[in-house]
Every structure is written in C-alpha cells, then in structure tokens.
Design a binder for this molecule. Structure first.
Ligand code: PLP
Length: 456
C-alpha cells in the first residue's frame, strides 16, 4: 500500500464517487474534498494516508477498548478461520466459541443475566430485544404490553426499531420514525433541563417523568423501559445519582421490564465491567456490542435474565428470530480473546483506579474557561459543554456550531474527539495512559481557545 499524495487524491475521488458513508452530509463532504483516509493503527494512534499520526480519543466509535494492533486478536481470528470459519447456531447446532462466549458473558455480567442471544451490531441486538420482550409479554397473557419507553437524546441504533427506540430528533425526521409503540421522556440531562433545580432534585424529577409517562400510557400497555446507563451518543449525559434507583423502583412498581443498553458503557468503559454495577442496577435484559470484541469484528449480544428466559424456554415454542451471523465463531473467538486481554491487563481496574480519576481531574481544569459550562466524566468517557454563558448555561446559537468548530480544530491538530451539539466528547481506548490524557486535554484547551476566537 502506498501513501503518496496522488494515491490519497485517487482514494478521495473514488470514495466521493462511490461510497455513501453513514451519518454524513454527502454534499458537504464532497465540497470539503472528501474524507480523511485512515490506513493504519497501533495502540491509541491512527495513521492517515498522508502519514500523519492521530491520537484517537474516541476509540473508533467508542469501541476499541483494548487499543489497536493486538496480535492476539489477529491470531484468534486466524486460528478460528482455519479450524471453522463459519457455522450457524440455527436448528440445533452450535460452535465451541459461541458456547464458551455465552458462558463467559454469563459469568461477567450482573447476576441473573445468564443467557446470550448473539447478533452482529448494537442495532440488531436492540431489534432482537424488542421482538423478544413483546413475545414474552404475549406468552405471559399480556399481549397489550407492547410500548417501549426510552429517553430523548437516547441512541440505540439505526434500524427501524432501534432508531424508534432512540430519541434522536434528526433520525426521527427521516424515514417515518418513530414506529408506533415507542415513547420518549425527558433525559436526566441537568445541564439542559435542570433549570434552577439542584442536580439531585432534578434527577428525581427526571425519574418522576418516567413514572408520569407510564401512568399516562397505562402500565398495562408498557413492556419495558430501556436506557443507556449514561447516554453516550446523546452527549455523554451522566444522570444524577438520584435518578437510576428511582427509575428501577418505578419499573418494579408497575411491572415494566428494565433494560439497559450497555453497548458503550460495557466492558470497562466506566471503570466497572458494566455501568449497571456502578448504578446498582439489576436489569432484566442487557444489550452488549462494541467493546465485546473491541471492534475488531462485528458482534453483539442480548443478555437475558431468568424472568424472560425461563418463560421463553418453558412456554415459548420456537423463537422465530435470528441472523445468519448469530454466534459467528470467528467473532466469538475474537471476543473471548479480547475479554482475556481486559482481564490479563486489568484494564477495567486501571480505568477505575488510575486513568478514570485522572481524566476527571484534568477535565475539571477546563471548567475555568470562559466558554466551558460544565465538565463531566465517569471512567474513560467524558464531556465538556461549550456554551455562551456558563453562569446561566445559555447555549451558543445555532446550537452545534461551536462544537463543530472545536471538533474540526482538534481534528486538524491530529486528535480525534467528537462533538454532540456543543458538548465535546471523549471516549478513548482503555489503554490510554496519563500522558495521552494530558495531550488530549491540552489540545482540547487550545482548540477551545481557537473556537472562542472564531466565534468572536
Ligand atoms: N446502543 C448504543 C448505546 C450505542 O451507542 C450504539 C452505537 O453507537 C448502538 C446501540 C448501535 O450499535 P451499532 O452501531 O453496532 O448498531
């Protein structure tokens, strides 16, 4: 592979001519001259086609938990491909890696989540969950319990059901979403919704919004409440500590299943294997993807607790659902090795005891900047809210412009961060060292300065 400038030009032209990217403004990208082309990666760095080294403070899309360039993962895939590159889990067959991975996930996830249904993406896992839960309630003689409750700004994927479950207004604006049967409530987002309330009081109010919504729909119609423990793609919205205990109680009170989407927060991101442990959650189902293989291969799982699983097994007959790649042996073999790396290198503990608290300290230093309204983080996921007036939490107008400017400055400085509205988001590999955090935060400060100057 060459990385000559003319090769880059050819790739860009071809990319613009033939490749429709996800979540991309096609006209805008073409006007900018096309994509930045990433050709290599090692550790926590990417290299582009012009040979520039980039610090990846987003771990790809929040997923490369063990970092890039792991020979063990390549070896696991190679060995499994030679031994058995593919076989399915339909019609009473299984493969050793899928069996071993299901058992390993049962061991790692919170108590009771003892069964795994595999897919290839967080989106398809959420679709599986929707069908499974509606099937469950029908088996229980309550077929009217079909409505899924989630939050504004939630992200649960891009398929019809998972995007309906999500609370992204821009996504709902395209393709006739949300589908009927998906309702959304206020997120526990103090910065935007908290007004004069303290975060703790606001957390209770946001939980109360869940109860009010259940009552307005009728508990007899509500199948489940689905939430990310902290809302990642919605802007790293970290709920006040008062929120989840109340929401969990409300779900139990009205016999509404509690489902946590740990696609981002799973596998050590928050300094715990799963954020459910941190928040004291005992979900009925859990959605996993991303960090399960550190993104090396596509894989997802719906972890199912005894209430749903026992009914499905005892009374469900055939579950008419599955994917060609459910339990793909190569993806499962890579996942097993990825989990072994997380354990061997104690990466979850490293985030909990060292780099997580260090990130929090370093981000807190940005709080004195005149356009920083709030900083928040848990483990190695965090956000810095840019705003026009930190005292009143008044946003810049139009919302999103400051974030985009700042993100582009970071990108030009060879650090990849993400902007959600005007929140600057970080979610680096769990192998990030303190020096990487320093580089990231120092670059971010410089880029916030530049953004403030650009905005006049
Ligand atoms: N759920 C959450 C919480 C996510 O953040 C994402 C993706 O970012 C998804 C589900 C969808 O996963 P995928 O992109 O693998 O379909």
């Amino acid at each position: 592979m060459t990385s000559q400038p003319d090769q880059t030009v050819r790739w860009r032209e071809s990319d613009t001519a033939h490749h429709l990217h996800p979540f991309t403004d096609y006209k805008g990208l073409a006007e900018e001259g096309g994509s930045r082309i990433i050709t290599h990666a090692d550790g926590v760095h990417l290299t582009d086609s012009e040979g520039r080294r980039i610090l990846d403070a987003m771990a790809g899309l929040w997923c490369v938990n063990v970092g890039y360039g792991r020979p063990e993962l390549a070896q696991a895939a190679y060995d499994q491909m030679l031994q058995l590159p593919y076989y399915n889990a339909f019609f009473k067959t299984a493969t050793p890696p899928s069996i071993e991975l299901a058992a390993k996930l049962a061991e790692l996830t919170p108590k009771g989540l003892d069964r795994a249904f595999f897919g290839s993406s967080g989106s398809d896992a959420n679709d599986t969950m929707v069908r499974m839960v509606r099937h469950f309630w029908a088996l229980k003689g309550q077929p009217e319990k079909t409505v899924f409750l989630s939050r504004v700004h939630a992200y649960h994927g891009s398929t019809m059901a998972s995007a309906s479950l999500g609370g992204q207004a821009a996504m709902h604006g395209q393709g006739g979403l949300p589908l009927p049967g998906f309702e959304h409530v206020m997120p526990p987002y103090w910065f935007d919704y908290g007004g004069e309330l303290s975060p703790a009081t606001f957390g209770e109010a946001a939980a109360q919004a869940v109860e009010d919504k259940i009552l307005s729909i009728g508990p007899e119609n509500v199948a489940a409440f689905v939430g990310e423990p902290l809302q990642g793609a919605g802007g790293v919205i970290i709920p006040p500590e008062t929120y989840w205990p109340r929401v969990q109680d409300i779900c139990r009170k009205y016999d509404v299943l509690l489902i946590v989407d740990e696609v981002i927060t799973g596998f050590g991101r928050t300094g715990h294997w799963f954020a459910s442990e941190y928040y004291g959650l005992e979900p009925d189902l859990m959605i996993l993807a991303k960090g399960i293989t550190s993104g090396y291969l596509p894989l997802s799982a719906v972890m199912v607790g005894p209430r749903v699983a026992d009914t499905l097994i005892a009374e469900g007959g055939e579950f008419f659902h599955g994917f060609t790649y459910s339990g793909h042996p190569v993806a499962c073999a890579v996942a097993l090795e990825n989990l072994a790396i997380l354990e061997r290198e104690q990466l979850v503990e490293k985030v909990r005891d060292d780099t997580g608290p260090y990130l929090a300290r370093r981000l807190a230093e940005l709080r004195d900047h005149p356009i920083v309204g709030e900083v928040r983080s848990l483990g190695l996921v965090g956000a810095v809210e840019l705003c026009a007036d930190p005292a009143t939490r008044r946003h810049f107008e139009p919302l999103g412009k400051a974030g985009t400017i700042c993100r582009d400055h970071c990108f030009a400085s060879d650090v990849i961060l993400r902007a959600v509205r005007d929140a600057m988001i970080v979610s680096p590999p769990l192998t990030f060292e303190r020096t990487h955090i320093d580089q990231m935060v120092d670059t971010l400060r410089t880029c916030i300065d530049r953004t403030a100057r650009d905005l006049g």
